[in-house]
Design a protein around this ligand. Structure first.
Ligand code: BMA
Length: 383
């Protein structure tokens, strides 16, 4: 209660300062008139940004944690702080194969249910997609000499037909996300992410900017043909050095709502300066380009695997993002300790402190920071 009161006071002060008025009212009242589910979600993100607040998100939050799997109501974030994250992130990888589970074993029906529960709480959901390579049928990291997006863009090719049906599967999944009244639930979708790196088949070095852009345009045309009105589109390059590099492959203002960035912290303590430098470069570029275009800004993926830096959330993340007008920050998953993903990682494949971890108190400080929003906070100020 005290925490939320403090947050609301902070939000009100920020709103009053920005509006030049003494009245501390929530900007979210403006969103009632918005027309589509996507517009409504964008209005919420803008209102949070205007109040200098930051939504906190976590990938696969309610599916599993370091010491549990599929226990209804559990979440490492909630176990430590008492609240679910305000944003839950999921991945569509393998939906293209008509699989019942995604590439990390999470059932799509489960994800659909979690999106609904999160929506009922007043929280938000975001999706990435690690699709197979349509030529090799290997995973997203299956990189070939072919410019796969160029083949996809050639509408006469078999690869085009296959990729188009894959994208159609993704669109159909989003169409199936419905609230209790049967209306579509708005979500953020950030396909073809991290294209400024070369690890995915759609990444730099494996494609040209033009074929990458064509892949986006094809994706959008398939979604639009299904009249989806619940998608907020995020562009999320990985680390870059210049604004020009950030914009290489940008599909165009009519395709993008959120100027995002995926920036991870590597190399523990010695990597701290680089993390700050890269966040500054990426969010600087995203913020400058967003200001020109009237877009929303977000740190769409980040984290320090295994939390190898003390008090990472306050000393690194919060300090690195503090000057940027981001609506949200989303960290990656807490793999279960029995999985290969966890075991094969030197310090464990997790990004949020779980019960018993030495950084739980510092994560609570991050949670208690008046700028960070978890789901109850968000639903109270901006539902
Ligand atoms: C990576 C790791 C992998 C996972 C992949 C797709 O960052 O978490 O274990 O399979 O994302 O979710």
């Amino acid at each position: 209660m005290i925490k939320l009161g403090f947050r609301l006071l902070f939000a009100g002060m920020a709103a009053a300062l920005l509006s030049g008025s003494a009245a501390a009212e929530c900007r979210c009242s403006a969103r009632i008139s918005e027309s589509t589910p996507a517009d409504d979600l964008k209005a919420r993100l803008r209102c949070v940004t205007a109040d200098s607040l930051i939504i906190f998100g976590h990938h696969d939050d309610t599916a599993y944690g370091v010491d549990w799997t599929y226990i209804h109501g559990r979440s490492d974030v909630r176990d430590v702080t008492g609240q679910f994250p305000a944003l839950m992130s999921w991945d569509l990888g393998d939906i293209e194969l008509d699989s019942v589970r995604n590439l990390d074993g999470v059932p799509f029906d489960f994800i659909r249910q979690q999106v609904l529960e999160q929506h009922r709480r007043g929280g938000l959901s975001t999706f990435s997609w690690h699709p197979r390579n349509p030529i090799t049928l290997g995973d997203s990291w299956s990189v070939t000499a072919d410019d796969v997006p160029a083949l996809i863009a050639d509408s006469t090719s078999d690869i085009h037909a296959k990729a188009a049906s894959w994208i159609g599967n993704a669109a159909d999944f989003f169409d199936s996300l419905r609230d209790d009244d049967g209306n579509r639930i708005p979500v953020i979708f950030r396909p073809w992410h991290e294209h400024t790196g070369s690890w995915f088949w759609w990444g730099v070095g494996n494609t040209t900017p033009d074929s990458y852009i064509a892949l986006w345009h094809l994706t959008r045309s398939i979604f639009d043909a299904k009249n989806l009105d619940n998608i907020v589109w995020a562009y999320s390059p990985d680390k870059i050095k210049t604004d020009e590099e950030y914009m290489t492959g940008y599909p165009g203002d009519e395709y993008i709502d959120i100027m995002g960035a995926d920036v991870y912290h590597f190399n523990a303590q010695t990597g701290v300066p680089q993390y700050f430098d890269f966040v500054r470069a990426d969010l600087g570029a995203a913020s400058r380009e967003a200001a020109k275009r009237g877009k929303i800004v977000a740190l769409t993926e980040t984290g320090c695997e295994g939390l190898t830096v003390p008090d990472w959330y306050n000393e690194c993340l919060l300090k690195a993002i503090t000057d940027f007008p981001i609506a949200y920050v989303c960290v990656w998953r807490n793999a279960n300790r029995d999985t290969n993903a966890f075991k094969n990682s030197a310090n464990g494949h997790f990004y949020v402190p779980y019960p018993g971890h030495p950084q739980t108190d510092s994560f609570k400080n991050f949670y208690n920071n008046p700028r960070t929003l978890f789901v109850d906070d968000l639903s109270k100020i901006c539902r």
